[in-house]
Design a protein around this ligand. Structure first.
Ligand code: 6R9
Length: 650
């Protein structure tokens, strides 16, 4: 197939128009966009709210200030249950035999759950959680790999009104312990182990180590994934619990719209891990509506969001969004290159996936492996492709559209964050023209501007920070709590409410946004969001290390994978050698997990600092990437930057 030439150019920009065949069947039309505009904010969010079943309808779309816990509440007065919306209502509508979940295991096994089977297991596990003592409002931590028990446990928690806190299974015991303590969570669902590239990893041991260092008792439920009948000690076995409670019916707890659905840890603007809290009504409305409008999902679709459920993308678009709409969601336990580099295409073909949502980092890997892999498979079921997590460059965008989407599937580049709950910027696939290399405009009902440091709007074409200027339903509840600006990240400038995203961007004259990366200390490595503080404190914990700072670099590979680059200053009598490099990496693996281990470690006599003593990571990133440093005169020690360039670990 030819690499596509631009469909059209105007104003010097390349535009790609969605094909007529897609436009005709799209869930959201130009008239819908217009209806949003006419309804005005916040009333325009009423129709998305109506995609859900509310046990008790909301009194208003938004209560901007009730003065009590937080100033902003979506759908006040409304009551609902997320598990009812994602499971029961589809069974009640006669769709119980349709597939809810199609699971592809690491060893080539498959398992499917119809909506009825999902309902049965969610009910049984919800009853089991109750028997263990979990009450409404208790936080249940889920430390599980990509196995069906993870979404089942999430929905079981939602059913009884117990907020879940999912911790990515690649995180270490220490990272799990921090998250268990921080969320005050007394219940943990984990598993004996899981397979990664053919090897069995012992998750249970990590969980046990974490529980020992938590200041309170933690009750564990253990899923048997390795099928080797390891004893679970004095913990409860998931399979026994589900069997004992088979046939149980647990009435879904009626939750206020503003009640918590889940907690999730992410890295904050200052690089610290922070707890983000999402609500039931606002969050579920947002992810359901964006799954309908941007991912174009409905009950007849088979959707595959390849993100791990341990991150926000998996929560919103592998679990809650597609299940709320009654679609089939595909869950894959393995990695894209094991056993072969065409594993994903085989899964798409076998399951008839029609909407595929992945990250640019994966697309760059597919490019490196070559187009012969997707082209060997029948991918004609696909009708829409999406990306998320980091900017996608034009080359990767075109490769994805041509070699995976056969040149006919629209590509939606979706920008959002853990804090926004769901998609905020994207084209609407049946309405808007696409611009490779740019995410689209703000979605209907959402308003954004690009501002300077004082919060004032900059001219189109100029770079600044992206801010969202009106509350949106998926916004984390934690965003409006707390009083200091750093934690809150919302402020009022000249009477205008603003949420600071931490991302730099340029808005062009068509309203399309070009994302330029983070403006703060958040580390986005490929599509993973890590905490600089967590990594740096693991490194300075190594004997012989005086100081450390980590930044994102790009390796020299043609596919431009991002990598973690650590600048480490050893104590004066300590050699910066490979042995120390090894100890630095091991320390990070133990404190967070292998995904956070630095790819490059540059030893430096000192780090560039401002006169007030703050390390300037921006210069370190420029050095790591061989970029121009610009003016360094504001540094206390400008001479160090030249020295660092020659010491670089390449
Ligand atoms: C969903 C998710 C959020 C950060 C965000 C930004 C980056 C996400 C992007 C993108 C450019 C896109 N990001 N989508 N950058 N284009 N389409 O990734 O959440 O893990 O919280 O990360 O990811 O920097 O601020 P999260």
């Amino acid at each position: 197939m030819d690499d596509s030439s631009p469909d059209e150019t105007d104003g010097g920009h390349e535009w790609v128009t969605p094909p007529e065949s897609f436009v005709e069947q799209a869930n959201v039309t130009a008239a819908d966009r217009e209806a949003f505009r006419e309804a005005g904010w916040p009333e325009c969010w009423r129709r998305p709210g109506d995609l859900l079943d509310w046990g008790c309808g909301f009194d208003a779309v938004l209560d901007e200030d009730d003065g009590d816990e937080g100033p902003i509440r979506w759908f006040p007065g409304g009551r609902l249950n997320a598990s009812y919306n994602c499971v029961d209502r589809h069974v009640e509508a006669g769709r119980g035999d349709e597939t809810a979940l199609a699971w592809e295991g690491k060893l080539g096994e498959t398992r499917t759950y119809s909506y009825r089977e999902l309902a049965d297991e969610v009910n049984a596990f919800a009853a089991a959680l109750r028997e263990l003592g979990v009450e409404e409002g208790d936080v249940v931590t889920l430390y599980l790999p990509m196995i069906p028990e993870l979404p089942v446990a999430m929905l079981a928690c939602a059913r009884i009104g117990a907020p879940h806190s999912v911790v990515f299974a690649g995180f270490s015991a220490d990272a799990l312990a921090t998250r268990l303590s921080g969320a005050d969570s007394e219940y943990l669902v984990t598993c004996d182990g899981y397979y990664r590239r053919g090897a069995a990893l012992d998750l249970k041991r990590r969980a046990d180590n974490a529980c020992v260092s938590v200041g309170h008792a933690v009750e564990q439920v253990v899923v048997n994934r390795l099928d080797d009948d390891r004893p679970v000690g004095d913990h409860r076995a998931y399979a026994d619990l589900v069997e004992t409670h088979a046939g149980a019916e647990v009435e879904p707890v009626s939750r206020a719209s503003d009640d918590l659905l889940f907690l999730i840890y992410t890295s904050g603007t200052t690089g610290e891990p922070t707890l983000v809290r999402h609500t039931t009504g606002g969050y579920l409305t947002h992810v359901t509506w964006t799954s309908h409008a941007v991912l174009d999902l409905g009950p007849d679709d088979t959707h595959w969001c390849s993100a791990d459920v341990g991150w926000i993308t998996g929560h919103s678009y592998a679990v809650y969004g597609p299940l709320a709409l009654g679609a089939t969601t595909v869950l894959y336990e393995g990695t894209p290159d094991h056993p072969e580099t065409d594993r994903l295409w085989e899964i798409i073909e076998r399951n008839g996936v029609d909407v595929f949502y992945t990250a640019p980092t994966s697309i760059r890997a597919f490019m490196k492996w070559g187009e012969q892999h997707p082209e060997r498979h029948d991918l004609s079921s696909l009708r829409l492709l999406g990306t998320v997590g980091e900017p996608i460059d034009e080359t990767a965008w075109h490769w994805y559209r041509n070699h995976v989407g056969d040149g006919r599937c629209p590509v939606v580049d979706t920008w959002w964050q853990t804090e926004t709950g769901g998609i905020v910027l994207s084209t609407l696939p049946g309405v808007d023209r696409m611009r490779p290399g740019a995410v689209g405009k703000s979605l209907p009902g959402i308003e954004t501007v690009v501002v300077d440091e004082r919060g004032h709007r900059v001219a189109d074409g100029e770079a600044g920070q992206l801010v969202i200027t009106r509350p949106w339903p998926g916004m984390a509840r934690s965003l409006c709590e707390g009083t200091d600006w750093g934690a809150r990240r919302t402020r009022t400038v000249d009477g205008q409410w603003q949420y600071a995203t931490g991302d730099n961007a340029v808005r062009d004259e068509d309203g399309y946004l070009h994302l330029l990366g983070r403006a703060d200390d958040v580390l986005k490595v490929s599509d993973r969001r890590l905490s600089t503080t967590e990594i740096e404190s693991a490194i300075v914990g190594v004997e012989g290390v005086a100081e450390a700072a980590v930044v994102v670099g790009e390796d020299d590979d043609a596919v431009r994978q991002s990598e973690i680059h650590a600048f480490v200053s050893p104590e004066s009598n300590v050699a910066g050698d490979d042995a120390l490099r090894g100890r630095v990496r091991t320390a990070v693996e133990e404190a967070i997990g292998p995904i956070a281990a630095p790819d490059a470690v540059t030893f430096a006599p000192s780090l560039p600092k401002t006169r007030s003593g703050k390390v300037v990571r921006r210069y370190l990133a420029a050095i790591a990437n061989g970029e121009d440093l610009g003016d360094t005169s504001a540094l206390r020690n400008p001479e160090v930057v030249g020295e660092l360039e020659s010491l670089l670990d390449r």
